[in-house]
Design a protein. Sequence first.
Length: 573
Amino acid sequence: MSDQKPSANETIKASSNYLRGTIAEGLADTSTGAMPADDQQLLKFHGTYQQDDRDLRSERRKQGLEKAYSFMVRIRVPGGVATPAQWLEVDRLATSLANGTIKLTTRQAFQFHGVIKGNLKETIARINRTAMDTIAACGDVNRNVMCNPNPHLSTVHADVLRLSQAISDHLTPQTRAYHEIWLDGEKLESTEEDHEPIYGKTYLPRKFKIAIAVPPSNDVDVFANDLAFIAIIEDGKLAGFNVAVGGGMGMSHGIATSFPRIADVIGFCPADRVVDVAEKVVLVQRDYGDRTDRKHARLKYTIQDRGLEWFGSELHRYLGYDLEPAREFRFDDNGDRYGWVEDASGNWHYNLFVQGGRVLDTPAYPLLTGLREIAKVHTGDFRLTANQNLIIAGISPEKRPEIEALLDRYGISDSHRQSGLRLGSLACVALPTCGLSLAEAERYLPDLLTELEEVLETHGLRHDAITIRMTGCPNGCARPFLAEIGLVGRAPGRYNVYLGGGFAGQRLSKLYRESARSEELRALLEPLIAQYARERHDGERFGDFCIRAGHVEATVQGPDFHLNLKPGALTAR
Ligand code: SRM
Ligand code: SF4
């Protein structure tokens, strides 16, 4: 920890009157499509980011116009569950007030892009009218709580979903600013000061993320979270959760003090203590997280700096009791179960693959329209997965033919019949909306996959599951450091290539090639894929193979992520 003064964002939060700032005034100013700089920081807590269309930047600059400003709006969906009515409203908003697409994110949320300032209030108000919200979807607070979305996988699913919603509710900011600013006619006239019992006036030092996994599926990539709960099922019942802390993906190229880290398992808690444990972990981070340097403010750095032992004893002090020893668990993979699956009660679930999580209509593939027609007749719900996919869940046997006919009519029924590599792919948004992207991701990965599919075909691996994730920068929004192949934007058309991540998201990958040009990626990966096809052991995963074959070393935690360790010097986690 440094002795420096608090970062600028701390001052903005402290003087914002519980996140109000001058947002209301900024929204009313029609002379610009942008918001004042400080309010842009506060808007994140309300679930929206100011962006501009980066494809248009230079043209607009030449014409002397201000940037093409618009807003990204993120809808919180705890556990990823949305009703058909909610889906239909999301669709209406996307097509009437946003850019005509729905983005399913890597944290089971919906995102709109391209909402102009004049439409922001209506968008957020309408989201709230369908019993969803955007508060705390972004900002220095606890974010959307993820949980395994597959009800058919486990009988304890309902319990786990309920708990993820309970954690989410408990950690939602209490400020009335959200209601005042966005929900017309609900301005509270009370003179009482707001009160944030958990966060206080300056909220958290940085974003905070929680996920719950239900083994053997690690489809939420639980180790990428600040706080992770791993369900322990004994005798078919939920016994409680292993608790893991200190995960996070983001780093900056060339800055060795920033690094991805996977969460460490520190113990076990019974199910009825999970909300309390979540609160106290948040409080430890609230009180000890670094508020001077936002690049060093996540829980992973608090733990890395002070040690896991320190964290354990501090957590004990806040809780007033000890966690129990961690229990056995095993993860098989971090992907989705595609296609049709029947659950114990005879209902059906269809997990479709959504390329890059982007739901839109193209002449060849009217996915948005197809899902709209399904939502009109569907009596179950929709489940967003952490792999940017969608489950049409809870389809009764009587309803299945009708849903199947619609899937066929709109060309969706084959969505899960893709190569194993494509099904295991994730791409973050990147260009043109993300202000931090250094290279393409969502718009480029599909083409790269088509090239790599030719390679897989040649080597007989078309149906083998391999995880590949691309991001436009090292912030890691598609968790590339937990993929078997991670491609991380470095500059336009250039990517750092990471290999050796664990197939179950249990091990970080390692840098294999720096700043490879996009035209080189196929040639760079082909020999590895060919060698894997020839030399792999029975059941050996591509990531494990890359380490055994000596292409990359096994990773270790913390700053050592950047060290070029000799193979075998340290063991894989
Ligand atoms: Fe992310 C920032 C998109 C999941 C780590 N992320 C951003 C912003 C808001 C860019 C910005 O700050 O200006 C991106 C908006 C792009 C756009 O145009 O929509 C953005 N992140 C996304 C999404 C939409 C990617 C996607 O394609 O699905 C995901 C939305 C999740 C959600 O629904 O809440 C998304 N971001 C993640 C994840 C994955 C996860 O949480 O499992 C990570 C890695 C885990 C982690 O937090 O360490 C992630 N995003 C970041 C970071 C690095 C944070 C760090 O402390 O290291 C940033 C940059 C920042 O916060 O300064 C960032
Ligand atoms: Fe933007 Fe980088 Fe996140 Fe991709 S990884 S969405 S480029 S911040």
